[in-house]
Design a protein around this ligand. Structure first.
Ligand code: AMP
Ligand code: MG
Length: 393
């Protein structure tokens, strides 16, 4: 979606907000990973600032569908793109996405991860380097967060009706404590032994299954970024399912500008603009993918420790990290931890995090970790980064 906001701003301001609408895009046949992508909440902005005559560099934009969602890649070059140059970028993007799909999709039975899930046996199972990387990073973040992040959570995700067999609103039932306890026995990141050198994973409990929907879009974003870098480009932005990684500068030779969305299920508007260069950002939230029963909101983020959807007042959390897989996983993890525990975690791990908290009056408050404040200081000489309230409405 492109919102031209030049009418809502002073005349000399040209602002284009490219809002990331992937989470409204439901493409069942194209669904790749087991993720529900209806919750992510970043937007990328280009040149939302006072208009001065500037030379802009050539920009090529690539977009398409992936992982039940969409992707957008922007590449900046010194010289105008040739058709051949553009084709090389497009091919590289599609190659990477197809490779991750065949390895990690839980929406196709022939993927490597689906075969691993079907392997109900305690013998070691060989996996590709890429899948092992995702599983290893997931396990590390599970340990760091005491199990708040756990890719073996899918029996609970299915039980609450957010999984592959997503339930319609009227079919949804609140599971009984017995059902929750039964599903919890099939959850536990520690029930997988990863032997990175041997290239295998062993299940110590054979019915454990993995769903990497909370980390794989970030991982795919990293891999696409690497592929573009390998083609010789230094300035680009990759966004897949709301996960963003940006390198170098935008066509105006400024940091890329990423909008964190206001947690409003009805519309799309910018809460905060974050400059991004040589880093990644991911946002998780509770306000797009949820259901309501008896006036209570049940989010798709499940706390594996309680077996229940999260119930706290954190509406969204955005994490900046050097790589997008980590940003993606930490955003989910902090969403599960909630504001207080999430803030403590961010301070202890020097993680740049931006929190949007729902107040009892139904309003929103924001907070940020010290590392987030420090991160922004690096861009202090840059121009004003908060959008005009009107521009973002
Ligand atoms: P994200 O949008 O990246 O926060 O990922 C959310 C998706 O991850 C959900 O739709 C579930 O499929 C899955 N998920 C839910 N809770 C967890 C959790 N505690 N750890 C890992 N994945 C989860
Ligand atoms: Mg995530």
């Amino acid at each position: 979606m492109t919102i031209s906001c030049s009418t809502t701003l002073a005349h000399n301001i040209a602002c284009e907000i490219s809002a990331n609408l992937k989470h409204h895009v439901k493409i069942p046949s194209a669904r790749m990973l087991g993720a529900s992508f209806c919750a992510v909440l970043v937007m990328f902005l280009i040149g939302c600032h006072a208009h001065v005559e500037k030379t802009t560099l050539p920009l090529a934009v690539f977009s398409g569908n992936t992982m039940g969602s969409t992707y957008t890649v922007k590449v900046v070059a010194e010289h105008p793109f040739t058709e051949q140059g553009k084709r090389a970028v497009k091919d590289a993007i599609e190659r990477v996405l197809a490779d991750i799909d065949i390895k990690m999709s839980t929406y196709r039975d022939d993927s490597e991860l689906s075969r691993f899930n079907a392997h109900r046996d305690a013998t070691p199972f060989s996996l590709s380097r890429e899948t092992l990387e995702v599983l290893s990073l997931s396990q590390r973040i599970s340990k760091e967060t005491d199990g708040a992040f756990d890719i073996t959570v899918s029996p609970l995700v299915e039980l609450w009706g957010f999984g592959r067999h997503k339930k319609d609103e009227d079919e949804r039932q609140i599971p009984s404590p017995e059902e929750i306890a039964a599903a919890q026995t099939r959850v536990g990141y520690e029930k997988m032994v990863i032997d990175y050198d041997a290239g295998t994973v062993q299940k110590t409990q054979p019915d454990i299954i993995c769903d990497v929907g909370a980390i794989a879009p970030g991982y795919a974003t990293d891999k696409v970024a690497e592929a573009i870098q390998q083609l010789g480009y230094d300035n680009y932005m990759v966004e897949i399912g709301g996960e963003v990684r940006a390198h170098g500068h935008n066509p105006e030779k400024e940091p890329w500008r990423i909008g964190i969305e206001k947690p409003n299920p009805e519309g799309r508007s910018v809460q905060r603009v974050v400059p991004l260069t040589d880093a990644a950002i991911s946002t998780s939230g509770d306000y797009r993918n949820y259901f309501e029963k008896d006036g209570k909101r049940y989010s798709h983020e499940i706390d594996p420790r309680t077996g229940r959807p999260i119930e706290h007042n954190l509406a969204s959390v955005s994490v900046i990290a050097p790589d997008c897989a980590s940003a993606d996983a930490y955003a989910t993890a902090l969403m599960v931890l909630g504001y207080e525990q999430g803030k403590t975690f961010a301070e202890q791990h020097t993680l740049p995090v931006y929190f949007i908290i729902r107040t009892q009056e139904g309003k929103f408050e924001t907070d940020e970790s010290s590392a987030f404040t420090d991160y922004l200081k690096r861009f202090e000489s840059a121009e004003e980064l908060s959008p005009s309230p009107k521009a973002s409405s």
